[in-house]
Write a protein that binds this ligand. Structure first.
Ligand code: BG6
Length: 516
């Protein structure tokens, strides 16, 4: 115990109390109807419905939310609701309680139809109008496109043709319509621009919510609080003190029944273009003028604009692709597929703060464990007080780890004297765990993002230019890889990835952090 009774390593109780006064208020969730396109799909079953259930349980949703599912399958509304209830238990680890579930589905309607058929939208319009009258939503509408990406343009166009999108709603005048568009937003720079053009033709930017669920994760949001809510880190957050940064998204799972989708996507489109470049931008951005959505997004875009482009001869040196053994046996995957399931990249940011500091990005499926983290590696001590240089080389440089998942937390590794007469130095850790410190359920990213959209807060969604800048960075890499014939390096399922990835970072005299 410390002198004030706080257990060592724990956040002081008074800080926990003061944190109940919001520094930035989340704002009011407005009444609306929620329409989910692709209600019978994987995303709705695994993520959206469980998220809505938890929100309903916590009383966070607007009262009597009219919920409309649109899908192609021939199902009855009741039959679908029952099967979705089972999915809540299956995917969120909690049994859906009767009263909460009843409340959630009290306004549930299923509209069956093809997404490219005007009749579907006519039926949707009638259902919406009826529910809006009954539930008094004021006409506000939130549309969630949880379908395969090829359908995004079709749905947006049909919503507009059927006159289901209100153009009003700016600054609280009249009812609003907002559209959440899932990832991947495009499959390269050109298609992303095309989709932006099409969406921009019928929706204003403030009505368009391009989702990247990583931004809804508590620990990802905390990157900004950690950087700009503490004065001790910002002065050392630059090339003078930081040697390099490692950003890792390792998954234990493989493609899990999504073989056809994944084989057409690959790790660059699935994880790097969106999730990891967003995390990198949050870690590397300059302090924004305020916490307003556009101020933060302006700074993230600056980072994305400063990424040094890759050249074809970076392959193998700054860029590495891998594929796990057995990947090609998955249903939907081509037997001779070259789609990478792993990548390691050395990314450079050409600006004043980060010149010469490599950001190593690593992402892959079927690896030894599930770890998503950012590790800031500080420089070695500049001068050795403890004997000769060889001794000092054994002192590990400081590492600050932002653990995004699992076991969410922040850990600082530093050198400490081992008790005894001799001076022996060990690396020790100061570790903050979210679950121990805050002892409350951390909501799933989708919960936060759905609510933010109902509030009209786009801070945690990608803006048009952010999406285009990140595609601009990734597209030349995709083009080089996809026009080539080279095979990805192979790696064993359950390993740390291809050994060639160790060589990539090893060539710079560095090593990857262990995945376990
Ligand atoms: C999704 C990818 O965006 O993110 C999946 O399409 C991946 O392939 C998933 O498994 C990882 O998300 P999380 O939240 O489990 O890290």
């Amino acid at each position: 115990m410390t002198t004030d009774g706080t257990p060592p390593g724990k956040i002081h109780p008074t800080l926990r109390t003061s944190s109940h006064t919001p520094v930035v208020s989340a704002g009011k969730v407005e009444p609306c109807s929620l329409v989910i396109f692709g209600i019978t799909g994987d995303l709705a079953e695994r993520k959206l419905i469980p998220a809505l259930y938890h929100l309903e349980k916590e009383g966070s949703l607007p009262d009597c939310l009219p919920l409309i599912g649109v899908g192609r399958r021939d199902l009855s509304g009741d039959g679908l609701a029952n099967s979705l209830r089972e999915k809540v238990s299956l995917f969120s680890g909690t049994k859906a309680q009767g009263d909460v579930w009843k409340c959630l589905v009290s306004g549930f309607q299923y509209v069956r139809g093809d997404f490219d058929n005007a009749d579907t939208y006519r039926a949707l319009g009638e259902t919406l109008a009826e529910l809006e009258r009954e539930k008094g939503t004021g006409g506000n509408r939130l549309f969630y496109l949880a379908t395969p990406p090829g359908l995004f343009p079709v749905i947006v166009r049909n919503l507009s043709d059927a006159d289901l999108l209100h153009r009003s709603g700016r600054r609280g005048e009249g009812p609003w319509s907002r559209v959440i568009i899932e990832k991947p937003f495009g499959r390269d720079l050109e298609s992303a621009k095309e989709l932006n053009r099409l969406v921009g033709g019928v929706l204003r930017e403030d009505q368009t919510f391009r989702i990247d669920h990583y931004l809804g994760k508590e620990t990802v949001q905390n990157i900004l609080t950690f950087r700009f809510g503490n004065s001790i880190f910002e002065p050392i957050w630059n090339r003078k003190y930081i040697d390099h940064v490692q950003i890792t998204a390792a998954e234990e799972i493989g493609v899990e029944g999504r073989g056809a989708f994944y084989d057409n996507t690959g790790v660059l489109r699935d994880i790097i273009q969106n999730h990891l470049l967003q995390v990198l931008a949050l870690c590397a951005m300059e302090p924004p003028v305020s916490f307003k959505a556009d101020e933060i997004r302006d700074e993230k875009v600056q980072v994305l604009r400063s990424l040094r482009p890759f050249w074809p001869d970076d392959m193998g040196k700054a860029v590495l692709f891998g594929q796990y053994d057995g990947y090609r046996e998955n249903d939907g995957v081509a037997r001779d597929s070259r789609t990478p399931t792993f990548t390691a990249l050395r990314v450079l940011i050409d600006n004043w703060r980060w010149q010469g500091v490599p950001f190593y990005l690593r992402a892959g499926k079927k690896l030894t464990s599930r770890v998503t983290e950012v590790a800031i590696h500080f420089q070695r001590i500049p001068f050795c007080l403890f004997g000769h240089e060889g001794v000092c080389r054994q002192i590990d440089p400081n590492v600050l780890v932002l653990r995004i998942q699992p076991d969410e937390g922040i850990c600082l590794c530093f050198a400490s004297k081992i008790p005894g007469d001799d001076i022996k130095v060990a690396t020790v850790k100061m570790d903050m765990s979210y679950s121990e410190t805050f002892q409350q359920r951390v909501g799933d990213a989708y919960e936060r993002l759905i609510l933010d959209c109902m509030r009209g807060d786009a801070t945690l969604f990608a803006r048009k230019d952010e999406v285009e800048r990140s595609w601009e960075f990734v597209t030349p890499l995709l083009d080089t890889w996809e026009s080539g014939t080279e095979r990805p390096c192979t790696y064993a399922p359950g390993s740390d990835g291809p050994v060639e990835a160790d060589r990539l970072i090893g060539a710079d005299g560095r090593i990857w952090r262990a995945l376990k």
